[in-house]
Design a protein around this ligand. Structure first.
Ligand SMILES: Nc1ncnc2c1ncn2[C@@H]1O[C@H](COP(=O)(O)OP(=O)(O)OP(=O)(O)O)[C@@H](O)[C@H]1O
Ligand SMILES: [Mg+2]
Length: 494
């Protein structure tokens, strides 16, 4: 028996115009928690799809359990015990938990008639393996993201998985849910199951993995023991650059006050929220998931109707609960769930960037000024380093992190006076995160007023000129980001 459960050797894969993987290798030992990290678009998901038989590689081979393959079919992958938990979990919302769990097993066994009682026993066994307690008859559509993920993990266990691959499993989870997931990962390890955990979050890699592999631009950079890794090495391997985490100092002097929020409230979500924001300032709003921070973001952009208070932009009161009014007054909003709220995936990258701007570019004759349009798109693609050979390609061909940059570009292209960003760097890698922060700081220094809503404390502390901490729907503290620290902020939040 080989020392390794999985060996992917010299795997290459090209898509039209992109070398997604260039002779990369990865090996995983039985029962090991291995983290695959790398910036957006470096080829992590592509490798996973090759290992699980979704894509076929152009070159290289895979060894699993000592057996060598030049290509793996999806059925072979499943039969050997390779299971992937994708970001969307690939589960069916209008079926029950039970039906979701049963579905693939029956499919794999080639059976058409479902033996309900037997399935129930198998499903219950899988649930108990990870101590997950859930009503089997509940509709999956009614579950939280974390619960759906658990169902997907259970389903993987029902196939007698030897390797479970999780593609960025923590992106949509709260801190508490991440804790719960990590406990389950450790439990799976105890049962001898190897985990390939895809993440670009340093703290997660440190906490959960024993070994790591880092890719950059489709190339293998390094593999090793996580215990030998530190912050500086990690970001250097990921990006090939060295960063200085200089905190933001507003440079825009005496900026006009553009946004006044007075006693804003949404019944049951938050109350008595007041603050002022001037050009050149970056306001951070932080708090736990249930603190009311997200509802506040939605209210500022009119996506939820506030039940009290008022919002003034440049001295003029705006109508509540109307995003159109908010946009007209000069407020832009980058939503938290960018992939589902922000983009038309089948449309081109270019269309997505200029979509909200069409009005401005159409001019009086209602004809799109194509030269300006191309120029704008090119400028934004360059400014945000969106990795694409051609902006006319569909948005769906971009990697997750690059799709997020398109949403950002779309809003920046409108040049709002006030830009509200909910979780601006959730799911993006450190290199892009640094770039996005630099862009926001530049925009502020050029006179935009920016609001960052985030529970990423280093993010708000390093980028904001002001900070509001929310708890149970109220502002509980307004510390100066320059002279407070993470622990102090956390103690207000909890
Ligand atoms: N089906 C496809 N057609 C064309 N190009 C693709 C396709 N899938 C991926 N790519 C390209 O291959 C490269 C690698 O993408 P991949 O999705 O593997 O990145 P990733 O490391 O998972 O990134 P992220 O962290 O953003 O999810 C990217 O440049 C991407 O645009
Ligand atoms: Mg990916």
């Amino acid at each position: 028996m080989s020392e390794y459960l999985l060996k992917a050797v010299d795997i290459s894969k090209a898509f039209v115009g992109v070398q997604a993987l260039d002779a990369v290798s990865l090996d995983i030992r039985p029962g090991e928690i291995h983290c695959l990290a790398g910036e957006n678009g470096c080829g992590k998901s592509t490798l996973i799809k090759i290992i699980s038989g979704v894509y076929q590689q152009d070159a290289g081979y895979i060894e699993f359990n000592g057996k060598r393959f030049t290509r793996i079919t999806p059925l072979e992958a499943i039969a050997m015990g390779i299971q992937v938990i994708y970001q969307d979990f690939s589960i069916f919302p209008n079926l029950t938990v039970m039906e979701n769990l049963a579905f693939n097993t029956e499919l794999a066994a080639g059976r058409r008639l479902v033996n309900k009682r037997r399935m129930r026993t198998v499903a219950e066994e899988a649930l108990s393996k990870i101590n997950f307690d859930i009503e089997l008859d509940r509709l999956v559509g009614s579950l939280s993201v974390a619960e759906k993920q658990m169902v997907a993990i259970c389903r993987a266990l029902m196939f007698d998985a030897k390797l479970i691959i999780m593609d960025e499993p923590t992106t949509a989870l709260t801190r508490k849910e991440v804790r719960a997931l990590f406990e389950i990962i450790l439990k799976l390890k105890e049962q001898g199951i190897a985990i390939l955990f895809v993440s670009h979050k340093l703290n997660e890699v440190f906490e959960i993995s024993e070994r790591f592999t880092i890719f950059r631009s489709g190339k293998h950079i390094v593999s090793g023991n996580t215990s030998e890794l530190d912050d500086r090495k990690f970001s250097y391997y990921m990006t090939g650059r060295e960063f200085d985490a200089e905190p933001f100092r507003p440079r825009y002097e005496g900026g006009e006050c553009v946004l006044e929020v007075e006693n804003l409230a949404i019944e049951g979500a938050f109350e008595d929220v007041s603050f002022r924001l001037c050009r050149g300032e970056i306001l951070g709003i932080t708090g736990l998931l249930d603190s009311g921070r997200s509802e506040l973001a939605l209210a500022l952009f009119g996506l939820r109707r506030s039940t009290g208070g008022r919002i003034l932009v440049k001295g003029k009161e705006i109508a509540m609960g109307s995003p159109r009014d908010a946009i007209e007054a000069g407020i832009g909003y980058v939503p938290e769930d960018r992939l589902s709220e922000g983009l038309f995936l089948p449309r081109s990258i270019a269309d997505n960037i200029v979509i909200s701007e069409i009005d401005r570019l159409t001019g009086a004759l209602s004809v799109l000024d194509f030269r300006r349009y191309r120029q704008e798109v090119e400028d934004w693609v360059r400014a945000l380093s969106i990795a694409t050979p051609d902006p006319e390609n569909a948005c769906s061909t971009l990697s997750g992190g690059n799709q997020q940059r398109v949403v950002l570009a779309k809003w920046l292209a409108c040049k709002p006076d006030v830009l509200v960003l909910n979780g601006p760097t959730v799911g993006v890698d450190i290199g892009s995160k640094h770039d996005i922060h630099r862009i926001l700081q530049r925009l502020a220094n050029e006179g935009m007023a920016v609001i960052i809503i985030s529970d990423d404390l280093p993010e708000v502390l390093q980028n904001c000129s002001h900070l509001l901490i929310m708890k149970d729907g109220r502002i509980v503290a307004r510390p100066d980001p320059g002279s407070t620290d993470e622990n102090t902020v956390l103690s207000h939040m909890l």
